[in-house]
Write a protein that binds this ligand. Sequence first.
Ligand SMILES: NC(=O)c1ccc[n+]([C@@H]2O[C@H](COP(=O)([O-])OP(=O)(O)OC[C@H]3O[C@@H](n4cnc5c(N)ncnc54)[C@H](O)[C@@H]3O)[C@@H](O)[C@H]2O)c1
Length: 396
Amino acid sequence: MSNKPLNVGLVGGGKGAFIVHPHQKAILMDGTRRIVAGALFPDPKIALAEAANWAYPIKGYTSYDEMIAANATLPADQKLDYILIVTPNFVHFDPAMKAMKAGIAVFCEKPLCLNLKEAAALVKTSRKLGVPFAVAHTYLGHWTTRLSRYIAQSGLLGDIRWVDSYYIQGWLASKLEATGQQQAAWRVDPKRAGGSGCGGDIGTHALMQLRYVTGLEITELSAQMETFVEGRQLDDHLTTYCKLSNGGKAMVRASQICIGHKNDLGITIAGSKGTLVWRQEDPECLTILLPNQPDRVYWRGAVSAGDGFLPKNMPAGLLAEPTIPAGHPEGFHDAFARLHRCFEGDVRKWKAGKKFTSDGSQYASVEDGWAGLAFIETCLKSSKKKGAWTAMPKKI
Ligand SMILES: NC(=O)c1ccc[n+]([C@@H]2O[C@H](COP(=O)([O-])OP(=O)(O)OC[C@H]3O[C@@H](n4cnc5c(N)ncnc54)[C@H](O)[C@@H]3O)[C@@H](O)[C@H]2O)c1
């Protein structure tokens, strides 16, 4: 395949949309990817008008059906290289499925879709057709998350005994949806959000952070899904106590009613040798706590292998992941860019007929998206039974 930038088509992203904007900055960040097309809005006229008003020229389509059909029959080097799905949850499954069948790779927002049945169908199709598929679990893209994963999985913390993985917000502490606020309105509607509100929206991020960093799976959980704001149909607060695949324990918790909390996602991992602490609101560093020693703070880009805690033989790929120098802070957009960059690598290999991994080590895979839905459905079952211990489904 040539070195020309990969062509990306948007599904959603018009008129007041939120998450399309960090994505589009991240797509453009390296100069090797660009957005060239979009089906930006459900109303066809508005969709075209929004595309015509895009900051740079893109081809507008009246619907994602039209955009995917127009590309399906083009030769591989002319069709869209991937689509980015940034619609509410109920408009994930259909465009993802249709794009894969049209030979277009998929980068889809989380949660992957509305339920486990849809998720299983997406996994099966991506495996059968061998199409690269990413799920937008943003926080895996922080370099310090990658370092956390290395530290936890290479045994530097000892046996992992306890994990607290959380995502706490306050923006839905009152009935914001009643004002017609766009992002709140669909997130509290079961038809558009799925079976869980807070759990699906941000609990899945906390789950993914735990799974990605520790490499452990939840085997059983006891969940309380609660709704504090009167008249709301879906949960706005989720607490789960979990058994982990190594015999350890964890909490995965999420809330949208904690006034003052913004995007307070973080993870504490307590092992038999030490503890790791990371918070996404301060994403340029992580802290290691060891017995009878001063705390060690590791900053992105300023890490030395063989420093007495980190071993000499750290993976070169991890140390070399291209970034701006330490002290020029990276953030949310850079995390998204790292995910798109890694996905680009797999899409280029796929297009060149080479093997690609899409194994969840660089960005969340479609199987990880399935695990998010498995978690939500298990929480729903457990919570209905007043928090009874409930087994997670076997890995797909
Ligand atoms: N990864 C993250 O950190 C993160 C953060 C926020 C949101 N999200 C996810 O991103 C998705 C979108 O969330 P948002 O907050 O940006 O929502 P939003 O309401 O701001 O934007 C959704 C956009 O999709 C459009 N849309 C709806 N149906 C469509 C259709 N059939 N065809 C074309 N466009 C259509 C809407 O008009 C709107 O432009 C959700 O799945 C959400 O969970 C992820």
